[in-house]
Design a protein around this ligand. Structure first.
Ligand code: GLC
Ligand code: CA
Length: 534
């Protein structure tokens, strides 16, 4: 395996709309990100994954792009974007752009032309059929929308305002590669590729993910854009298995650096059902899934990413940790558990201070189109308003999107205006200023973990081995030729005990006093530690 910078990187995801507003319109902006670069530098992260900042009608908050080479006016200008690149580079921070090329906005010039002029070349950039088939949109309802003027239906796997692109069309593919090169030339460090496993879709055969030509397209994309450049690419691949992940990320394959796999996230809901059928965490299954990904990708065959959170997922403390008395403790425990595994860790904004889900009380407080689609469909099926709100409170996407909590002043220091989405009422106790002032806060555990990732080679190379323990204790070893490290985490609100035959050599990181012996350790709720052993 050729060693790359991203093997020892920690990536911080910014959802621009909710990070920091500098002009009082209630919407985060690029100048807001620039104003917080020193904070991110202090945390120590290597790169920022910027959720989309391109021109967009914002139906899906930027995941519906109307111009790939322009910046959304809400967020600023191209000059602001260039300033962000320069200011980030000055601090050694790289910028990774979100690449949303499974679909565009229906307000993209291509789609406008495709609709207005069915004989235009742009018509072929999208997918049109005379009759709809059984394909459903991920946001609910049919994936086909009727266009009156031409009497045909277009495909949209997401919202109606997000028509799917037709990757079979070589002209379209070239336009996308040109656009990627436009951004590469501006000095970005890579791409996070939105629902990339859907670009090989074959709608007539009801194939959405992992279509037969997917890997050919990625190889072509690589040769036209990424080849010979030291960029990070991470694919959002809901349908990946370890074997598929190897195909994407094996270096000789020239596709992607790594993928986001979502198998562990699947434990948030009942098996075989949709995300709204949320359920309690099954710790033994979490152990087996994460361990499978640690071992099956191998050291040289593939590379994984490590994450609990992103802008589509509930806050991890609310769904799997403890957002009450053990908030600090469980946040540190989950961070220690994840960051000491093999792969590239991602931190989602606010995770480093232990932000939690929002106590939504009615649908007027909801912005997310997926949640609103769900509410509509569920209520036609007779589901009660309370049950709908319960589900949204647990897994709705807006939980991750409430404004970043900077301090205890009005609007949590996010904005001087009215925030586009309400600030979590807990901002007076959970905010960056408070976390920075307390050396024992969650922030400093993340800072220490980021530093370990950048300095400890064993995190990249060492083998992984799960240990047999009590159900709710997650313990594993990382072992290379010279050294062995032990990680032990209590994933519960109850005391647990742990025993092993190892002896302690040195301390690495913990959210509790280090044990005196490893023969028998009494772990308090959410206790976690890592030590070198022999
Ligand atoms: C991805 C994004 C999500 C978006 C969807 C459609 O899953 O992460 O936010 O709604 O793709 O672009
Ligand atoms: Ca603003």
């Amino acid at each position: 395996m050729q060693k790359k910078w991203w093997h020892q990187a920690v990536i911080y995801q910014i959802y621009p709309k909710s990070f920091r507003d500098t002009n009082g319109d209630g919407i985060g902006d690029l100048q807001g990100i620039i104003s917080k670069l020193d904070y991110l530098d202090y945390l120590g992260i290597t790169a920022i994954w910027l959720s989309p900042v391109y021109q967009s009608p914002m139906d899906d908050n930027g995941y519906d792009i109307s111009d790939y080479e322009a910046i959304a006016h809400e967020f600023g200008s191209m000059a602001d974007m260039e300033m962000l690149l320069t200011e980030a580079r000055r601090r050694g921070i790289r910028i990774i752009m979100d690449l949303v090329v499974n679909h565009t906005s229906d307000e993209h010039a291509w789609f406008i032309e495709a609709k207005a002029n069915p004989s235009s070349p742009e018509r072929e950039y999208y997918i049109w059929r005379d009759e709809p088939n059984a394909l459903d949109s991920i946001f609910g309802g049919s994936a086909w929308e009727y266009d009156d003027a031409s009497g045909q239906y277009y495909l949209h796997f997401f919202g109606k305002k997000q028509p799917d692109l037709n990757w079979e069309n070589p002209v379209l593919r070239q336009k996308i590669y040109d656009m990627m090169n436009f951004w590469i030339d501006k000095g970005i460090a890579g791409f996070r590729m939105d629902v990339i496993d859907m670009i090989g879709k074959i709608p007539d055969r009801l194939i959405a993910n992992n279509g037969p030509k997917l890997h050919d397209y990625l190889k072509e994309m690589h040769s036209q854009t990424l080849c010979g450049k030291d960029l990070l690419t991470v694919g959002e691949t809901w349908g990946a298995t370890p074997d598929i992940a190897k195909q994407y990320s094996r270096q000789e394959n020239h596709e992607l650096s790594m993928v986001f796999q979502f198998e562990h996230i699947g434990l948030q809901h009942e098996e075989g059902k949709d995300k709204w059928s949320y359920t309690d965490l099954d710790v033994p299954r979490l152990k087996s899934i994460l361990s499978k990904w640690q071992t099956d990708l191998g050291v040289t065959e593939g590379w994984n990413s490590l994450f609990w959170n992103n802008h589509d997922l509930p806050r991890v403390l609310s769904i799997w940790g403890n957002s009450g008395v053990y908030r600090e403790k469980s946040a540190k425990a989950l961070a220690i558990l994840l960051h000491l595994m093999r792969g590239t860790p991602y931190i989602y904004q606010g995770e480093e201070i232990g932000m939690t889900n929002y106590p939504f009380e009615n649908l007027d407080q909801i912005n997310d189109l997926e949640s609103l689609h769900f509410a509509k469909e569920a209520s036609t099926k007779g589901v009660s308003q309370e049950a709908i709100l319960d589900a949204i409170r647990v897994v709705g996407r807006d939980n991750a999107r409430t404004p970043m909590q900077w301090d205890n002043t009005e609007n949590a220091g996010f904005s001087n205006g009215k925030p586009w989405l309400a600030v979590n009422p807990n901002y007076k106790t959970i905010n960056v200023a408070k976390a920075l002032a307390d050396k024992s806060s969650i922030f400093y555990t993340y800072k220490a973990l980021v530093n370990l990732r950048k300095t400890q080679d064993w995190l990249v190379e060492a083998d992984y081995e799960i240990l047999t323990t009590a159900d709710k204790v997650f313990a594993y070893l990382r072992k290379n030729e010279e050294k062995t490290y032990l990680v032990v985490v209590n994933l519960s609100d109850e005391s647990q005990s742990f025993s092993s035959r190892y002896d302690m050599v040195s301390e690495v990181i913990a959210n509790r006093p280090y044990p005196k012996t490893l023969k028998k350790v009494d772990l308090e709720p959410w206790g976690a530690f890592c030590v070198e052993v022999e």
